[in-house]
Structures are given as C-alpha cells and as structure tokens.
Ligand binder design. Sequence first.
Ligand code: ADP
Ligand code: MG
Length: 703
Amino acid sequence: MIDTSLKNYGEDVFSEKEIRLFLPKETAAKLIATMKDGKPVDPSIADAVAHGMKEWALSKGATHFTHWFQPLTGGTAEKHDAFLEPAGVAIAVQKFSGKNLIGGETDASSFPSGGLRSTFEARGYTAWDPTSPAFIKRHENGATLCIPTVFCAYTGDALDMKTPLLRSIQAVSRATERLMEKFGRRKSHVTITLGAEQEYFLIDRSFYLKRPDLLQTGRTVFGAAPAKHQQLDDHYFGAIRPRILKFMTEVEDELWKLGIPAKTRHNEVAPAQFELAPMFEDLNLAVDHNMLIMEVLRKKAEENNLVCLLHEKPFEGVNGSGKHCNWSIAYGGKNLLSPGDNPRDNAIFLTFISAIIRAIDLHADILRMSTAGAGNDHRLGANEAPPAIISIFLGDELSAVMREIETGVKSSSTKGRGAKDSGLKIGVDTLPPLPRDTTDRNRTSPFAFTGNKFEFRAPGSSQNCAASQMVLNTIVAESIDAICDKLEVLVDQNGGEFNEELQKLLQRLIKKHKRVLFSGDGYGEDWPKEAAKRGLPNLKNTLEAISPLENQVNRDLFAKYGVLSASELASRHEIAAEDYESRILIEGKVTLEIARSMIRPVVADEFSRLATAIGQAKKDGLKVGLRGLGALSQKLGAGLDDLHVKCEKLEKALVDGKGEKSSKSVRIISAMEDLRRTVDRLELLVDDNRWPLPKYRQMLFIY
Ligand code: ADP
Ligand code: MG
C-alpha cells in the first residue's frame, strides 16, 4: 500500500527521532552532536549505539547488516552479515557490536584501486560515516540494515568516492569560515548543499530483453531514427501516462520512507524520458540519496515490467540524460549565494560569486574532468548541450552588477538604484533585485547561476555526483583562500580600508577571469571558436578530459587541501582510463556480434529470396515486377557488401593494431559509427517482421 499522507516519511531511517527512542539519553545526545557537526565519534559510545541500532533494525524486520559504500566503479557496494551469533549447539542469538558498526574489513582485490593496493595487501577497510544516517533496505523476505561508510586501503588511501568528498567539504567549509571571519561574522556551521536533478529513460522490459546492446552496454548501438521523435516538443511536461505514474508513485513511496525528499516529477524532452528532482540537502547526504534514487528507479522499473536506463545516451538522435547538480554554500543556515538586502550581505554575496568565477576560470579543466566518461562523451563535446567547454552564465542582472564592479561605471540596467553615476560600491550599496525566475533562461550553459545557487549541468545521468562536487568544493576552497590571503596583506598588513580594498580586489579578479563568463548560446557553432580565442579549454572526449589528473598544478592543489594525494589522484586517472577503454571495447564487441549474428543472416536471407524471385520471374517471362525486385536487390546487395566491409573494419579495430596513428578506442568508435550507418539504412529496407531488433519507434513510444 502506498502511503500518500507522508506519515511514513523517513520510517526506514535511523533518524534523530529513532535515535532518541532507541539509545540511552546521553549516548543519543553525543551521536546527534557528531551527526550534526561531523565531529569524530566517541569510541566509548559505539557499543551502546550498535545495540540501539540493532534493536531498531530488528523492529523493522532486518536480519542482516551491511557497510554500504561507493567504490570507484561508480556504483554502490554491500556485503551482508547476519546478526547471528551461535550461543551453543543449535542455539543462536542476534548480535551486533560497536566493532561491527565502526569498521569492517573486506577483500578489496576485486574493486578498482588504480595501482594503490599491492596484491599482497588486498584487504580493504570500511569505516562508519556517522554524518549520513543508517537506513533499512527492504526486500520480499526481510530487510537489511545499511550503514553508510567510507572505503580505503590498508595504507589509508581512499578507494571510494565518499572519502575525498568528505575531505573536500571540510576544505571548503574551513575556507568559508575564514572568509566570513574577515567580514566580522561569528563562527558558525557551514553547510554545502546539493539538489541533484536525475534524468532517466523508461522502456518496456520486453524490448530490452531483445536488445543485446542495451543489456550489455546500456545504450543502443543501432537503430534508425523514427519519423517522429522529439520534433513536436509534445513530451516535455506532457501529461504523465498512467503506467508511468504508477511507477513514479511507487518510487516516491520508497524514497519517502528512506527520508529522501523526492519533490518534482515530469516528462523530459525526449520521448520516454523523465526526471525526478529531490529538494536539496546537505551535500554528503544528497550524494548518498542520489545513489539510492538510482537504485530505487531501477528496482521499481523492474517490478513494473519496465527498464530504467540511466545511460547518458541510450538513443541516438534524441536528447541524452544529465544530472544537474545544484550547489550552494550556507553559513549558519543562511544561503550565501542568495543576495542579501543590506550592503554588508551583498558584499559577502559578491565576494563568493567572484571567488567561484575565479575558481572555474582557473580550474575549468579539472572540473570538466569530473564529468568524463564513455557515456557522457555522447553529450559533452557531441552535438548536444551543454558543451564540453566549461563557462559560467550569470544572467543579465548579475552580469550587469559584475560589469559595474569591474568598470566602476553604472550600467543602464541598474539605473534608478541611486542618484550617482559611479558603479556599485561594495559594502555601501545594495544590489538591484536579481529575479530568480529569469536567471535560468540559458539552458545551454554548463555552469549557470540560477538566482541563489549554481547549477552544474555537465554531470551525466549515471555518474556519482560526488566526483564533480568534490572538485567544485576543492577549487572554490582554493579561490576563497586566495582572496583571504590577499585581504590579509592589503588590510591587516598594509592597513587598507576593508571595503575599499575588497572593491579593488574584486575588480581585479573580474577583469582577470571574466573570459569564463558567457551568456550566449553554448550550443552554437561560433562558441568553440570564440572559446578558443579566449583560451578556454575544450576537452572533447574522456581521454582528453582526464588528462588534467596528471598535471602538477592539480596534484599540488588536491594535496594542499588533503582531498586526494598525488598517488590517489594518479590512481583515479588509471581507473578512469581503464574504465573508458573497457567500455569502448565491450561496445565494439557487442556491435560486431549483433551485426554478424543477428543482422547479416536476415539481410542475406532477404537478398537470397529476392535473387530467387528474380530468377523465377525471368524464367516465367514476367513483364512486371522485375524493375522493383531488381532495384531492391541492388540496394540490399550493396548493403550486404557494405556490411561485410564495415564488420571487417570493426574487427580489425578491436585487436591491438601496430603502428596505427590513432588510439584503439578512437578506431573502435569510428568503426562502430560507420557500421551503424550501414545497419540503420538496412533497417529501413528489410521486411519489418524479420528485423531482429526492436525499433526506436517501438521502444520510445510503446509503454
Ligand atoms: P529547475 O532547475 O528545473 O528550474 P529548481 O530551480 O526548482 O529546478 O531547482 C532545482 C534543484 O535545485 C532542486 O533540487 C532544488 O532543491 C535545488 N536547490 C534549490 N535551492 C538550492 C540551494 N540553496 N542549494 C542547492 N540546491 C538548491
Ligand atoms: Mg535544473
């Protein structure tokens, strides 16, 4: 039964309320303090917490517990242990200790480590992350207690996504506290917030099972464009079909029980494409929640005889799927990217905006890196928005304000604010209103200011948000620190007036880094040329995009903030390259297999039937039909020859070629594309009843 009243919201979470119910008062208070400000757990409370957590889990029907972590595969991992302890012959009790809660040891040899873990030391360690609450995952015959953890090697090197994310949150929090102190603000808690909008496709399971490409790679490597796809814009925000709505409500029901604030649901641009957006939360929690959202989407789809495709580009010719990451910083619960209504708050707002502009300009390459992957290559750098060039969209109003600061001259769009003609005075003037609704018009920008947060649109639908958020936090921390360093020299050492020095500093920053600001069409043909003139990087594919991981500046940056050591960074490069090459190789092999063992026999058979028919018609001396049969057999025959040639080319690309100019993956991709063109042409020639693969017009429309 679906709970529509929200009475069961969060019932599967070991929340503050449950903690107070199941733990002794003092233990509960200590645990809640740790959860709220991320202080290390007091080991003396571990046993008491474990006991209470177990009692709670048992009350929910749990039989097992697991440390739940995010290895570098991009997914999540769990290994279940029963709460079982033999207490004599044929007697067992349910047990779960503080030791079980705090840490775990597991064989890490089958998780990617990128050379960090020597083979003789294959153990991996999981450690409890008390800042993300434990939760229950249900299945038909019971439930499992899941404890969010980090995952590292014997040496302490991170083997997961969460560890560097937590480190980066600490880095940007510290930098924020430092800057706020310069503004004379009392020390307060910094929260980095994330609202991740998740796009996905749904297709009927029966089609999926007949497509080896979808089964093995998550995308269709063949498929002619249907006459109608998204040209009429009739899917976006359209009425949601009953079957899909049933699925969506079941997803929401489960997410709400997990305390995940799923808020918005709608049809997306492409046919069969949808979106789910939760309310924003504390970044670490929001990342865990997004991982769970993807899992629940897949599971509920299966229960409804659907399949949820999270690949960035399951279908050629229609929009791909992204994961817009809405990011902001709050101080003492107040959003710092929301312009305030007094001059002091404005100064803080403008300083953070300037710090972010500087960060993105200086580190666009490593931010682009964080979204690299075989699937996302079909969006970024291909013919789709957003482009691979990282730029910032500020909206008209904020752009005008930044221009005023830069030039010291009042712009026409902010006239009427005051009588004088000089530009905005930081710490003295208030800002013109920055309407939230109009700031979001430019949908082609990868990094857009949307009124009170930045929306990073480059991450792919299947990716773990931790990757991009970790980079964003780190580069912004560095930028805030750089501003603090300068202010310390100008004000503290040289005795300058704070507001004046800040004004001059921001003016210099904007001048220097404004090349990263772009409000035009990021999808347009001119932008890559213009961006090249401005010196902005345009890293078009995964191998190019991950190369910044090897740059010394980035090694220094990530080491300085303790987010990733040089060896951890290098390991991530190795893993990303390997993942990419493996995926391309798998795609190439599946493409070749389908072409040879599914497509070719059908085309050959059809061709031979035609040839027989032509022979018979000639023998019988028929006067009509020969022209049509002849033309078709010409086309099919040519297609069959072409198919042969393209298959040979792909087969050659799949083996390591000596002395080839381009890399193996480049050759495979090009051979796959060539073969696809041939097969997609044949799809429109061959008898519809005999075509072995479900077609786009079926998969995208029949559900
Ligand atoms: P859209 O981008 O589709 O117009 P919205 O503007 O409603 O959608 O919000 C998108 C996401 O941004 C939601 O997940 C929302 O919770 C999130 N969001 C709103 N404010 C913040 C914030 N301060 N920090 C992070 N995310 C936020
Ligand atoms: Mg959005």
